[in-house]
Ligand binder design. Structure first.
Ligand code: KIV
Length: 264
């Protein structure tokens, strides 16, 4: 089983860190078998699984339900539970209790997005012995205050603020930090200045690792496709075709045939 120390060591020793999201048992089994280092039970669950508009609409109850399913499948990867908005931004005082529920569910760490009271929350989590993955740049839970779901850090002041936030995560004891949707030059500089690994999503090739949402990688989510995500398979049309064939077979009487039936 991977540890947070193994992940931190990969910054120096390599190889680059591979991270993908999963929300259920079958997908987590595939990712673990493929040797992905970190499986993130992301709050993107809200968008790609539950059909909600914003990640802020998902809560602890749903996140824990899916985290438990992922944990049941994983033998090697490090499982990170993504703290939903309500778990620490609405009430920072409840952050430790909520993070503990992810650990009790079998995750080894939690991820939290940068926000105003973030330093207080990171300190309390680290003091409680809960490993933390930070998240800076485009932080979807507070995207409205950042001008929407768009690239961050394009001007010097915003790039500096992202660098400072990443450094605070490191100083307070986070074991890694996600850099989302920032220019590759900014990500390269943050990666060079931090001792903990950076995990990029829309942050270019110079990060210590990369993360993608599995539904984007497999072509399972068509509502939108971010510029930074790459489709390695297009399973949507294959699913549609299989379901249409099943429908035709049932209507025409071709299914079930003798091979899929029982005899007395
Ligand atoms: O919830 C999620 O999928 C994430 C990744 C985009 C890093 O936070």
């Amino acid at each position: 089983m991977k540890t947070t120390q193994d992940i931190t060591a990969q910054k120096v020793k390599g190889p680059r860190i591979t991270v993908l999201t999963a929300y259920d048992y079958p997908m987590a089994s595939f990712l673990d078998e493929a040797g992905i280092d970190i499986i993130l039970v992301g709050d993107s669950l809200a968008n790609v699984v539950l059909g909600l508009k914003s990640t802020t609409e998902v809560g602890m109850k749903e996140m824990l339900h899916h985290a438990r399913a992922v944990v049941r499948a994983v033998k090697n990867a490090l499982v990170v539970g993504d703290m939903p908005f309500e778990a620490y931004q609405v009430n920072p005082g409840a952050a430790v209790d909520n993070a503990r529920q992810f650990i009790e569910a079998g995750a080894q760490a939690v991820k939290i997005e940068w926000f105003e009271d973030c330093p207080k929350v990171v300190s309390s989590l680290v003091r409680a012995g809960i490993p933390v993955m930070g998240h800076v740049g485009l932080t979807p839970q507070t995207a409205e205050s950042l001008g929407g779901m768009k690239v961050q850090g394009r001007d010097a002041a915003s790039a500096k603020a992202i660098m400072e936030a990443a450094k605070i995560f490191e100083e307070l004891g986070a074991f890694s930090v996600v850099l989302e949707c920032i220019p590759l030059e900014v990500a390269r500089e943050i990666t060079a200045q931090l001792k903990i690994p950076t995990i990029g999503i829309g942050a270019g090739p110079h990060c210590d690792g990369q993360v993608l949402v599995i539904h984007d990688l497999l072509g399972l989510f068509s509502r939108y496709q971010p510029k930074f995500s790459k489709k390695y398979a297009d399973l949507g049309p294959q699913i549609l075709e299989a379901v249409k064939q099943y429908k035709d077979d049932v209507i025409s009487g071709r299914f079930p045939d003798d091979a899929h039936s029982f005899h007395q």
